[in-house]
Design a protein around this ligand. Sequence first.
Ligand SMILES: [Zn+2]
Length: 293
Amino acid sequence: MRTRQQRTLARSVQCSGVGIFTNSDVKIRFFPAPENHGIQFVRTDLSGSKPIPALIENAVFRQRRTAIEFEDASVEMIEHVMAALAGLQIDNCRIEINAPEAPCFDGSALELSEEFLEAGIVEQPFPRKVISIQQPVTVDNEAGSFIQARPLNRSVMAIGYYLDYGAKSPVEPQCLTLEINPEVWMNQLAFSRTFVLEEEVAAMRELGYGQRLSAADLLVLGPDGPVDNELRTLDECVRHKMLDCLGDFALLGCDLHGYFSANQSGHALNRELIRQIRLTHQSTESETAWKVA
Ligand SMILES: [Zn+2]
């Protein structure tokens, strides 16, 4: 099996933005971390708060987003941050955040990804653990959405996503299959923004969400297409769903090799798939990937 070395940032990175659910100003800082540290979030606004490892064991149920919780601390909306780290194969990072949720940015992971690339990414002397899918794992829901992991005869992750919300939806049916690596991440997925239907916006505002954001800040889709905005690609929606998959898969805490086919899958199904894979598969690491520090 082909494995790679673990990687971390060459220097720290700081970003700021607004939280979509709490409307708060958020400062988020990313620090290099040692081998086998993984991705951990620390809530700096809660005194004495312990780091929260970004692992499926700490994921908690939320609608339309991914959140982690450990003891009294939680962080919401971590999926785009996780996707940017996973897309660029940054395995070890300590993340300090001064709010209960990650900033929304422009709904994509592009700004973060560009910041990470500018800071630089360095290899570490330990190999990255890998789970290679050995037998099919499928999860589905009553609405007919599903996501399936299947073995692949190469040491890569490939994601195929099919999205069709029906004839009445402003989102056109779209599908895409990509083999994931840092170059594909930067060129094909990082720019894709989260989207919301115009008819859902009023309900979200009633819940108090997104009060400091306008349609120009993320992708609101009405009957005639994007409101006060333009699509970055015709299939931006399916690309964002794949970005979300990548962020949720990263909760496994290791590389994942196999073919993942998704049909309308969202965060809940993605997380359930990762839980199932955690139960049914062991991670392995190749001895040939060891280097002496
Ligand atoms: Zn998303």
